[in-house]
Ligand binder design. Sequence first.
Ligand code: ZN
Ligand code: ZN
Length: 318
Amino acid sequence: MAEQEFSRRKFLASTGLIMMGASLKLKGLDIPEARHEKIIDIHQHVHYVGRTDEQLIAHQQAMGITKTILLPAGSPANTASTLYGEGNGLQAEAWGNESCYELAQKYPKELSFGANEVPDLPNAIQEIEKYLKKGGVVIGESKFAVECDSPEMQKIYELAQEYDVPIIMHWEYKRYNYGFERFHQMLEKFPKVNFIGHSMLWWAGISKSDTDQTIRYPKTKVIPGGYTDRLLSDYPNMYGDLSAGSGLNALTRDEDHAREFLERHQDKLVFGSDCTDIFGTSPKCIGANTIAEIRKLSPGKKVRRKLLSGNAEKLFKI
Ligand SMILES: [Zn+2]
Ligand SMILES: [Zn+2]
């Protein structure tokens, strides 16, 4: 531990991050007690677009994260569900189960890990199960070109049920996870599995608007009653992951709506960053910007704490 602390300090000093950390503490703290606030980041990746382990750890510290969940990619594969290789590494050079598991062993207090595999590989279930047995707290990130109700995915939902872990799904129109409009059927078929929605199609879907699924980051005012909003309202096993540009956009596109949305779904939303930068601070870090936005729009301390850590603690049992 001391050694890790030493190398961390050495690393921070060498990159000037101690200085950045200091200014971070003075900056952005309109909420005085926020300085010591617990924050769980449910969505990060190892070697994300080439970032080193040291850069990842420093990024999480600069953001002020207490605990991070590392989401592995599946094995590199040339199958339909990886778009014949294009989707390998979650299409972002993210590394797999063993890397996430190993890094989490090095920093057991700061890191947890998930379990993942390409669903149309013959040993997918065994591979996911192997890492759930080692202590994986979630299945995912499930970002594959498959029907959401395909037999392969249903086997993975059954495994989630057996191990009582949630599953994170990346929804991207005509790209990853198909059949969004039918997804409520899976929520009904697997009522004991907690599903966590993530990415462009998921977050665009908070608005009823024109349902043009090709617009990935809609900037227009939210029209209440979108499919995503209904899933969150109608199904106790449906959750939302606020990470990435899509999650942040869902908050910034219409802040009046976002205030009400955070209050209404205060038990269903969890903070995640999913950003690839090496800074961990505004303005370049999506995660830091999302934390600031949650603090700005949350109706009070109680809701803010649920969104930043409380809901994640319950959902992932961490
Ligand atoms: Zn991700
Ligand atoms: Zn970031």
